[in-house]
Design a binder for this molecule. Structure first.
Ligand code: ZN
Ligand code: ZN
Length: 292
């Protein structure tokens, strides 16, 4: 085992060339590069100095790519805070659409088309659901629907775990040695036992990249009164009609997970001084973040 716990970026750095030689066609290069270079000199950063003890730290920039395991915690916290601020005091339903397992290959080959169809189907759900209820009422069936357990806040927290998730998080990686990657996985067929799987590094990268969405595909979409274009006035109208006040705007400073800039500003050595940026480190290349 390596003394240093490997990260996804280490696997990319060590085996990118081999991977390209074998799988160039399936590669999303900007995304791969972003993950490989996240929080390294390649993306630039800041040199900071404590104004009391003179301690110096280099803070490298994040890639903000949606498939980067290092960048998800902040994005998830921010997303959750924004969605919670939109909640209204009304009942919510949580509807889950699952594609049959057999469609897996079809989805891999036509990701963009099939995800778009899935979103369209989901957006039509409220109307279809209403029609279904009307039919059911005529047949004198009893339709029983459970509101989300723990309220919509809990559902949002649950959703955030999926919306800002990458195929594998760094804490699951155990070793990278002799062209092989070992990582932990949960065997759900056997009571969720934690097991270690070892794969050829190139195959590991290929499997990881199967989970990378087509570039530019919007994976979280809002419909109805929450559709992006008119969300603010629509929400205001809903609040007026429900006679509820607008919650305070989610400010980054309220959430410790979002404020890493503020957290970083006090000196970790003397704990008294403030870290001041004394130099901007320019990136070795420009980056287009994929944050949709
Ligand atoms: Zn990143
Ligand atoms: Zn200091």
């Amino acid at each position: 085992m390596n003394a240093h716990r490997p990260e996804l970026a280490d696997v990319f750095r060590a085996h990118e060339k081999e991977f390209l030689a074998r799988w160039r066609s399936v590669l999303s290069r900007p995304q791969l590069r972003a993950i490989r270079d996240c929080r390294t000199a390649a993306l630039g950063g800041h040199l900071q100095k404590c104004d009391r003890c003179g301690h110096r730290v280099i803070l490298y920039n994040s890639c903000r790519n949606r498939h980067c395991p290092k960048c998800q915690a902040t994005a998830r916290a921010r997303w959750l805070e924004q969605r919670e601020a939109e909640l209204l005091p009304v009942p919510y339903f949580h509807v889950v659409f699952t594609l049959p397992q057999q469609t897996g290959y079809l989805v891999l080959q036509n990701a963009r088309t099939i995800y778009n169809i899935l979103f369209r189907a989901a957006a039509q759900c409220p109307a279809a659901f209403e029609a279904l209820c009307e039919q059911a009422a005529k047949l004198q069936w009893v339709v029983h629907i459970q509101p989300p357990f723990g309220g919509p806040q809990r559902v949002l927290k649950y959703l955030a775990r999926y919306t800002h998730r990458v195929a594998i998080s760094n804490h699951r990686l155990r070793a990278l040695e002799k062209h092989r990657v070992s990582f932990q996985w949960k065997d759900y067929a056997h009571h969720g036992q934690r097991k270690i799987m070892t794969l050829d590094a190139v195959d590991f990268l290929r499997r990881f990249l199967l989970h990378v969405l087509p570039s530019g595909l919007v994976r979280i979409r809002h419909f109805g009164f929450l559709a992006n274009r008119f969300r603010t006035p629509n929400l205001q109208l809903c609040r007026d009609l429900l006679a509820v006040r607008q919650p305070p705007k989610p400010a980054d400073s309220h959430n410790p997970a979002v404020t890493n800039v503020q957290d970083r500003s006090s000196c970790p050595i003397c704990k008294l001084g403030q870290l001041i940026t004394i130099e901007v480190i320019h990136p070795e290349r420009t980056l287009v973040p994929d944050t949709s």
